[in-house]
Write a protein of this length. Structure first.
Length: 456
């Protein structure tokens, strides 16, 4: 079994070349064989005419002139037959086989007929002529003595081409397969947990494009792995911090070292920390449910502008304590969606806007719609988001604010849940504008369904 791509490529190439050369050999042979046979026939007829002329003209000089001419031709055997039998037999150089002529063929030629036969794949031409009133028959056969027949030429040429082409391909195929081997090694490194691999092939062909995509994938996986590690660290801290408080205060209450006036305060802290753990657990479970295919989705037709106003009112304690100015631009719009899920989206977005906006800042909410879409805009004058964080802010496990000050705590799941809910509604969410210290603008685009009605 061929397990190596290099072996498969070489084997496929050799098989294709062998088939191609075989087809080329047969086709070339068939095309040129008839043409070559016609040329040989014409040349043999011309040689036979010359031999007859020489024989007639030099008959009184003996056989030497004719013998010299035949030897000069090198590649022709001749046989002259009279009524009394053989008159002259001369074989081509380097051949001992004589022209075979049957009695019937000899009689036909002596009777004045030109006869063409085949002997050992060579054409034999019998020509009649007269000398001093006697009839003679001249038989001429071309002989391939030098070994350079069409078949041998073709075979030699194709073999040389096959060998040279195979050597070149064996070298070239290593160049082609090398990047794939590098990618295989890089994949094995990534499988072992090392995402810091880079191919950097510098090629501009398809393999180069594949290598660049591979490098991009490795970078993304490295980022995701870093996010995962950050998430584990953040969640571990989020869990450990309230657990430490709960354990410490519970032991103090159990051991009776807390004064009666502090017991109520300690119990309140234990309750608050327990709620924090409950919220973290709920977020994790909700994200897992949203990413499954069985999360409940119950759309109804309701007033989106009224929902946004109610969310702002529910968050009044947070924004009023920081003296944040709220600006609302909420024309009447109805939407066909899951109100509970979208309510969580607005609570999260507005909660973040309030959390990261300093005192006396401003938060604005805009609502607009057309025949196809509904757009909700949440803008604040807060600390903003850097371009590096903006690319991953909606990824799960990601926290743009990595500090663990208790005033800005979070598990990095809120915006991931928001994005998933928006996607379940076939919408999209993105940062329309943000810069460190310059505030943030987030837009949510939701489709205008068949039952969605804008009354603006």
């Amino acid at each position: 079994m061929m397990r190596s791509l290099y072996v498969r490529v070489v084997f496929t190439f050799l098989l294709a070349v062998i088939i191609g050369l075989t087809v080329a050999y047969i086709s070339t042979w068939m095309i040129f064989q008839k043409q070559l046979a016609a040329e040989i026939h014409e040349e043999t007829m011309s040689v036979s005419n010359d031999l007859i002329d020489i024989y007639v003209q030099t008959a009184n000089q003996g056989m030497e002139p004719l013998r010299s001419y035949v030897h000069a031709l090198r590649d022709y055997s001749i046989r002259i037959i009279g009524h009394g039998g053989d008159v002259l037999v001369l074989n081509a150089k380097h051949t001992k086989s004589e022209i075979t002529v049957t009695t019937e063929e000899a009689e036909r030629v002596l009777g004045g007929e030109t006869v063409v036969t085949t002997e050992e794949r060579a054409e034999v031409i019998g020509r009649p002529f007269e000398l001093n009133g006697d009839a003679y028959a001249l038989f001429v056969m071309p002989v391939d003595n030098n070994g350079f027949s069409l078949a041998k030429i073709l075979t030699t040429f194709l073999l040389i081409m096959f060998v040279v082409g195979s050597i070149i391909f064996l070298i070239a195929s290593r160049y082609l397969v090398r990047p794939i081997r590098q990618m295989t090694n890089a994949t094995e490194q990534m499988a072992s947990g090392d995402f810091g691999v880079e191919l950097n092939l510098g090629r501009k062909d398809e393999l180069g494009a594949l290598a660049r995509s591979f490098d991009l994938m490795a970078q993304e996986l490295k980022q995701i792995e870093q996010m995962r590690q950050d998430f584990v660290s953040n969640v571990s801290h989020e869990i450990q911090s309230p657990l430490t408080s709960i354990t410490g205060f519970a032991k103090a209450l159990r051991d009776g070292v807390v004064s009666s006036e502090n017991q109520t305060r300690y119990l309140g802290i234990i309750a608050d920390e327990s709620e924090r753990l409950s919220r973290l657990s709920s977020n994790l479970l909700q994200l897992a449910s949203l990413e499954s295919e069985h999360h409940p989705f119950d759309p109804v037709l309701y007033a989106l502008d009224e929902q946004l106003r109610k969310v702002v009112v529910s968050l009044e304690p947070q924004w009023s304590s920081k003296h944040i100015n709220f600006e609302l631009d909420l024309p009447a719009v109805q939407i066909d969606a899951d109100p509970d899920q979208l309510n969580q989206v607005w609570l999260n977005l507005l909660g973040n806007a309030i959390k990261f906006t300093p005192e006396d800042g401003k938060v604005s909410i805009g609502l607009s719609s057309d025949a196809n879409e509904i757009e909700v805009t949440v803008a604040d004058s807060g600390i903003g988001i850097s371009p590096e964080d903006a690319k991953y802010i909606f990824e799960r496990f990601y926290k743009a604010d990595r500090s663990r000050h208790r005033t800005c705590q979070g598990s990095g799941l809120g915006l991931a849940i928001v994005r998933k809910i928006v996607e379940l509604h076939n919408g999209r969410i993105f940062i329309a504008g943000s810069s460190p210290g310059g505030g943030t603008v987030i837009k949510v685009i939701l489709p205008m369904g068949d039952r969605n009605v804008s009354t603006a």
